[in-house]
Design a protein around this ligand. Sequence first.
Ligand code: CO
Length: 172
Amino acid sequence: MALRNILKLPDETLNKKSRDVTAFDDKLWVLLDDMHDTLEKHDGVGIAAVQVGILRRVIVIDLGDGVIELINPEILHSIGSQRELEGCLSCPDLWGYVVRPDFVKVKSMNRHGKPQFHEADDLLAIAICHEIDHLNGVVFPDVADEMVDKDEAEAERERKPHRKRRKKKVRR
Ligand code: CO
């Protein structure tokens, strides 16, 4: 287990586009395990490899009910829209509202290079879209339609207790 340093705005690496993973080897598995440890340590719900300085298309998500690893993800299909408050481990003390699809179907690879498919709604759909944005060099303040301060962010979470997961902070 190892923790990696999380890049924060305005680090320009966060605006770079990540490349596809081509080798499903020990190096990738160590990266995935380290990303999970780092995510857990910071009480986040999702992390993209670029956030630890690796420009590869790798995502780890944990909403509190199991770890999801997505490598070279692509959204095949999306339906509807939802507008929710987002935060990000790379954007401390920033919160804002982003419009995301309500449902996504995603194709990706698992850590062994086998294709896998996920269908996601609610917070998982948001997390997947937020992390795929990271792979394309986009951080949520770039796509938020409204930024709010800390008090307002906390008040919004109080209003929507059903959206809270096991982990207290909703950061990706
Ligand atoms: Co993020």
